[in-house]
Design a protein. Structure first.
Length: 106
């Protein structure tokens, strides 16, 4: 039996479009905007550590990309955000499914 090609895309959509995953992605986007504004608008004599927050909110996945050269660590931030959002979405669906089954059988 061949699996339907739409099942992966539907599963990804289901895991990414829920309050937990969207809330996490909103936090990552807000931190990204803050880091961008800090880099553009604030003049300092020394370096700012605001960019570290992007790696902290997407850790531990983004930490795997830190040893890569150039701008590839920032690709790790994007990958980390999506991976963590998928994990949060799957956990959210699991918890909602458990409470729904528990209340349906009671």
């Amino acid at each position: 039996m061949a699996a339907s090609p739409r099942t992966l895309s539907l599963s990804l959509r289901r895991y990414l479009l829920n309050p937990a995953a969207l809330g996490y992605l909103a936090v990552v986007a807000a931190v990204g905007v803050w880091v961008g504004l800090d880099a553009i608008l604030v003049e300092r004599a020394d370096a700012s550590l605001a960019g570290v927050w992007l790696f902290l909110v997407t850790a531990p996945t983004s930490m795997l990309f830190l040893a890569l050269p150039g701008v590839l660590p920032f690709a790790g931030v994007a990958v980390g955000a999506v991976v963590q959002a998928l994990a949060l979405g799957a956990a959210y669906r699991w918890v909602i499914g458990r409470t729904t089954r528990r209340t349906a059988t009671a």
